[in-house]
Design a protein around this ligand. Sequence first.
Ligand SMILES: *Cc1c(COP(=O)(O)O)cnc(C)c1O
Length: 399
Amino acid sequence: MSIISDSLKKIKPSPTIAVTQKARELKAAGKDVIGLGAGEPDFDTPDNIKQAAIKAINDGDTKYTAVDGTPALKKAIVEKFKKENKLDYTTDQVTVGAGGKHVIYNAMMATLNEGDEVIVPAPYWVSYPDIVLLAGGKPVLMECNEKQGFKINPSDLEKFITPKTKWIILNSPSNPTGACYTEKEIREIAKVLEKHSHVYILSDDIYEHVTYEGFKFFTIAQIESLKERVLTMNGVSKAYSMTGWRIGYAAGPKEIIKAIAKIQSQSTTNPSSISQAASVEALSGTQDFIKKRSVSFQERRDFVVKALNDIDGIECLNPDGAFYVFPSCKGLVGKKDTNGKEIKSDTDFVQSLLENSGIAVVQGSAFGLEGFFRISYATSMDNLKKALEKISSFCKTLS
Ligand SMILES: *Cc1c(COP(=O)(O)O)cnc(C)c1O
């Protein structure tokens, strides 16, 4: 008998964290490595937010709080939804957890029975399928390839819905592809979901504030006929460069919100009091940071997409949001690197690239779509220039 539980054996550690770790090790061994694997903004947390945290400590805001969020933070979240998304919620429809990932985990733990199905469009954020498995559910992967812009084709969706479907997960802007759904596209998906009243929708809006060129963000809870079946998850990690602070939140059906509070009351109690106070400032204070940062991100995206498309064998779409691109390396499969090693898959490509050029990226298969890789451009323009030069030289050595 193993000491480790059966449910844990079904899951794997996050592959994106694994790449970051491997790059760190090579760096420690003295190799010149540029990591393009990170899933977090490189900007520092804005100063007004840091000051709010310092003030919270000095004011003695250092004790247990309400299990699923302080009244002040819940109020700030309600106001955020109202102001930015035209969504009306009451504070008992809001939950706060230790990061968006934790909120998703809680939601799945609160709702899934053995064998319940969750539709996960692929390529997907690496944690969705494993969280579903941990909660005893069954991830149902739905391929969305580059021909459809890595987005759900509404007519396919129908085929994936069964009586056992409990959730579908939507993520726009997307990690790993940067793809963003327009209002029109969301309305088309909604038309299908309207017909299946047993299916709940988890909308992961964590990249809402990382969009470009006037892209107009729209979230599925804005569709009145579906709102009571939507759990809208968001957080401060990506919007305000607060990944280490661990605050995420969601709004949705009271029944689910209440169940999540029950889980937290018996597991983490409350998210950090200090981080919650800082998040009130993030949501309610000046939003200047977001615009400035988007300008930098867009410059980098433009550079990276062009540089990638200039490489023979690589093709890259131009996404509207997040800080990732998801180029195809299918044109290089079948070639050999200078050590005579054949590139048989995206995983081989990524490994050979790291070993030969010191560039760390993540293989598409880690996100459920083979033949691609993910580049995070959440790093300086200098780093990106060096990295893209090295990727280009590396690809030229393949024959
Ligand atoms: C980063 C990320 C999250 C959650 O991040 P937290 O730091 O846990 O708030 C959720 N979904 C996606 C797609 C992400 O990339």
